[in-house]
Structure formats: structure tokens, C-alpha cells
Design a protein around this ligand. Structure first.
Ligand SMILES: [Zn+2]
Ligand SMILES: [Zn+2]
Length: 323
């Protein structure tokens, strides 16, 4: 087993971080809770921190910077760049470059989290091992003109440490001294990062494996209401791959998409505008086409089954007549 790991390609910094934070969450966090318990302050800090950071990734890194699905005023862009850094998922510039390549080459070699290489690779393997050759960084010329994006890119490590770990530790210290600081660091800091990262990774792994394909079967992306619960509404991934510039992922009224609701609410406050929507007629046409294709594939499957059945019966008859 160990001999099969390509040690020359291990990304040691990223691997140590991912494995180290997971180990702390599974050991130090339960120990802290057992020793000090969980008060309302630590719980509120954890939930708020998780929510701010998660939305910064889905609303900011994903729908705003990677897909330009709407425009946002500078306070929103600054907020998502600061809290997005706290997810320890690299800068918005790098994230968007990788994500745009995912959409362009989905299910093929140039897709950084190509699901055809397996669930583990798409979930976390692509981060543990360096991609060879190093992919070009040539699809984010528009973002390189954004001064806030470039500022975040230059200071990403410092911002991530300060916002994600320093801030909760400081707020915890102000609330309850050194034990409060330790709680803030472990719960709203480390545990939040681990939970959030695996929720993001689920979009690349589970959302290309589990669920339905109501809009298209051209790629492996799938819609899953269950995944939407863990991914701030990004679980409707089949729709998203078919209509990637729409600011909505859960396009139906009943679908759980808090990222869409937040973008819409911010537009009512004048903080976002230019929300891009695919016309209903185009969406319905895609659904009808996909239903028709599914019926045709099922029919062809049925016909080939009955063909092979009749082939078998002919063979059996011939065998009987020969005897
Ligand atoms: Zn995808
Ligand atoms: Zn996308």
C-alpha cells in the first residue's frame, strides 16, 4: 500500500495542513468540549464564522469571481475576500483559475478535480499530490485587473491566519480569557476550516457522483437536494454545469439555495446588481430534451435486451433442431 504512494509528488505543505487540522478536530476539539463544555458564545462564534466563510466561498469565490454571475460593490467584494481567505482554499484568483478549468475540461485530464480519476482524487487527492505538469495560470486576466483580488492574492497566507484563526481566538479571549481563546481557536477556527473544506470538496466529489441529471447528461455533474444542505445551495450541480453563468444553482422556488437568497437580498440593498438569469423557456427546453434523451436511451436499452433475448432463443431453437 505505502509503496503505491507517489512520495515524490506529495504536496507536503497542503497535506500536512489538511491532515493536521483534521487530526486536531478529531482529538483536541472533543477534549476541549469535555473539559470546558460548550457555551452559547462559542457556539454562536462557530456558526457565524462557518456561515461567513462558507458564503464567501460560494457567493464570492464561486459565483462572483469564477463565473461573473453578478456584480458586487466593493464592501461585498472585500468581505468575501477577507472571509474567503479564512477557508484556507487559496486566493480567489487561484481558486477561480482552477474552477474555470474544471468547467472547461470537466471529466477530462485537464480538469483539476476530474471525477473520472475516482472519488478520492476529486475530493482531496488532487490537493495532496502536485498536478504534473503544473497547469497554466492563463484564464483569469479579468480578475488580475481587480485591485482587491490582487491585494488578497499577495497577502493570502497572512489574511487566512488572521481572519480564520486569529480573530476567533481574540474574540474568545475577550469573552473568557485563555480558555475562551483556546475554544475560539479550536471551534470557530480549526473545526470550522475542516468542516467547511470537506463541504467544498463534496461539490467536486459527491456532486459529480450522487443525484439526478434533469438538465443534461453531457458531463458527470448531478443535482442533489441532500448535498445542497451541506454546500450552501451548491448541490444543484447539474443545473450549474449546464448554465454556469446563472447566479442561481437551485433554480426552482422550493430548492434550498441560501447563496442565491443572499445575492438577491444584497441586490435589494443596492450592494449587488446585474444578476444573470437563464430564461425559463431555455431551462424548460433543456429539461424536455433531457427527458426525451433519457426515454430514447431506455428504449434502446430495452431493444438491445430483447434483441439479445431473441438471439438467445434463436440459438436455443437451432440447438434443439440440430439435436
Ligand atoms: Zn463540477
Ligand atoms: Zn462553477
Amino acid at each position: 500500500m505505502l509503496s503505491r504512494i507517489p512520495f515524490d509528488r506529495v504536496n507536503w505543505t497542503t497535506s500536512s495542513f489538511l491532515i493536521g487540522t483534521l487530526a486536531l478536530t478529531l482529538t483536541a476539539v472533543p477534549l476541549y468540549l469535555w473539559r470546558f463544555g460548550l457555551d452559547w458564545f462559542q457556539l454562536t462564534l462557530f456558526v457565524t464564522s462557518l456561515f461567513f466563510t462558507g458564503l464567501s466561498i460560494t457567493l464570492g469565490y464561486h459565483r462572483l469571481f469564477s463565473h461573473l454571475a453578478f456584480r458586487a460593490k466593493w464592501p461585498v467584494r472585500l468581505f468575501v475576500l477577507l472571509f474567503g481567505a479564512g477557508a484556507f482554499e487559496n486566493s480567489a484568483l487561484m481558486w477561480a483559475s482552477e474552477h474555470r478549468r474544471h468547467h472547461k475540461h470537466v471529466d477530462h485530464d485537464d480538469d483539476p478535480y476530474d471525477i473520472s480519476k475516482g472519488f478520492f482524487h476529486a475530493h482531496i487527492g488532487w490537493l495532496l499530490f502536485k498536478l504534473l505538469p503544473q497547469p497554466p495560470f492563463d484564464n483569469v486576466a479579468d480578475l488580475k485587473k481587480d485591485r482587491l483580488v490582487m491585494w488578497q492574492h499577495r497577502h493570502i497566507q497572512t489574511l487566512a491566519l488572521l481572519v480564520s484563526l486569529g480573530l476567533p481566538a481574540l474574540l474568545g479571549a475577550l469573552w473568557n480569557g485563555w480558555s475562551g481563546a483556546l475554544g475560539g481557536l479550536l471551534l470557530a477556527g480549526v473545526a470550522k476550516v475542516v468542516l467547511l473544506q470537506h463541504c467544498t470538496f463534496l461539490i467536486n466529489s459527491a456532486c459529480h457522483t450522487v443525484g439526478h441529471q434533469p438538465y443534461s447528461a453531457r458531463c458527470s455533474a448531478r443535482d442533489s437536494s441532500l448535498m445542497a444542505l451541506f454546500t450552501f445551495g451548491e448541490g444543484y450541480h447539474n443545473y450549474h454545469h449546464e448554465f454556469q453563468h446563472d447566479y442561481r444553482n437551485g433554480v426552482k422556488r422550493w430548492q434550498f439555495d441560501p447563496t442565491k437568497w443572499t445575492i438577491w437580498a444584497l441586490s435589494k440593498l443596492g450592494l449587488t446588481d446585474g444578476l444573470r438569469r437563464v430564461p425559463n423557456a431555455t431551462i424548460e427546453a433543456a429539461e424536455q430534451r433531457q427527458r426525451r434523451d433519457t426515454v430514447m436511451v431506455a428504449k434502446q436499452g430495452g431493444e438491445s435486451d430483447s434483441e439479445s433475448f431473441s438471439d438467445k432463443s434463436t440459438l436455443t431453437t437451432q440447438a434443439f433442431s440440430a439435436s
